[in-house]
Design a protein around this ligand. Structure first.
Ligand code: HMG
Ligand code: MG
Length: 310
């Protein structure tokens, strides 16, 4: 399989990243982050979620975030919506694209959205109908494709029907979530070989949390299977509130660095992205989880010290 020449990055830091912050993050901080990500050239930036605010208080201000967005042409700002109530909130707030999210594991589905997989798919049907009426594109997620915090091992046969349902109901793409980051190059390969027998690579994306340090190798396997959409989170922000111990997604800076080395275009200015990641990490008082950002920032600081004679 040929590597893609171009990759589309879905930046999830402002949603997947910040939904897991213990501290309250001001709307102005979220907006500054989103603006900096757009400045760096990202074209798909998840900006919030319209879930039950009692479940995820960090996203309770998503209306205010969408109201404050300085929307740019050519950039989409999708919102996560778990049901029709969330979809209606998102559209009222001005979201032009939404994402629905299901799981490959019953245990995680219950923990995350308080219903079975079948019930979640039934809940999405009216969302898809309303989205079709308004011509709003819908992305789908399947969580726990390579492992589940409740059930442990997950097989490709558990993932396939959920992907199939989401595509059949009209999602334009399905993102495969390694929610707890336990996948390896081996399990990712087995999953993709099984899925690609049925679904074209253009319909799939990967969403790799980096808990076990496997995200970049899993992404490389996905690229080698022709998958050209990668989810990532600036500075590796985040985790999942319903997957204890899971760390953030792969850092966007690390993905961009790898893609540059492979001569795969993703349209992102790495220097600007690193500044966005350093700024939000400093604001949150977090260590930047991007290894490439840390290394390149240290190198830059060293060469600046050298050129100023220190
Ligand atoms: P529920 O409690 O079962 O819902 O929650 P319900 O329909 O029984 O309603 C109960 C109350 O919630 C009602 O209010 C509703 O109005 C309210 P009350 O009458 O008690 O005052 N409610 C809502 N309020 C605002 N917005 C809504 C909404 N829906 C109901 N949309 C629900 C079901 C799905 C809503 C809940 O479980 C929930 O919000 N879960 C969200 C969990 C979440 O956000 N998880 C993180 C995102 S997923 C993720 O990170 C994984 C991903 O990154 C991929 C990966 O890594 O694998 C995408
Ligand atoms: Mg996630």
């Amino acid at each position: 399989m040929q590597l893609p020449q171009r990759v589309s990055i879905v930046e999830v830091g402002a949603r997947d990243g910040l939904q897991n912050e213990g501290q309250t993050v001001a709307v102005a901080t979220k907006l500054r982050l989103i603006e900096a990500l757009a400045d760096a050239g990202l074209k798909r930036i998840e900006a919030g979620s319209f879930v039950n605010p009692k479940w995820v208080p960090q996203m309770a201000d998503s209306e205010a975030v969408y109201a404050g967005l300085q929307k740019r042409s050519g950039v989409v700002y999708p919102a996560l919506t778990p049901n029709l109530q969330g979809f209606e909130r998102a559209i009222t707030a001005g979201a032009e694209e939404v994402a629905i999210f299901a799981a490959a594991s019953e245990g995680f589905s219950q923990a995350n959205i308080n219903c079975s997989i079948a019930e979640s798919l039934a809940r999405f049907a009216p969302v898809m109908e309303a989205a079709r009426d308004l011509q709003v594109p819908v992305r789908g997620y399947v969580s726990c494709v390579l492992g589940c915090p409740v059930a442990g091992h997950i097989t490709p046969e558990q993932v396939k029907p959920v992907v199939s349902e989401l595509l059949a109901m009209g999602c334009y793409e399905v993102s495969l979530g390694d929610t707890i980051g336990t996948g390896t190059a081996g399990t990712m390969q087995a999953l993709l070989e099984a899925l690609l027998q049925t679904f074209p690579a253009e319909k799939l994306a990967v969403h790799c949390h980096d808990t076990y340090g496997q995200a970049l190798s899993n992404i490389l396997v996905a690229l080698q299977h022709g998958i050209a959409t990668i989810d990532a989170s600036v500075a590796g922000l985040g985790g999942c509130p319903y997957a204890e111990g899971a760390t953030g997604n792969v850092a966007t800076e690390d993905v961009v660095y790898m893609l540059q080395g492979m001569h795969i275009d993703c349209g992102v200015d790495l220097d600007k992205l690193i500044i966005a990641g350093q700024d939000i990490s400093a604001e949150l008082g977090r260590r930047n989880a991007s290894r490439a950002a840390l290394a390149l920032s240290a190198k830059r600081a060293q060469s600046q010290a050298g050129s100023s004679g220190q």
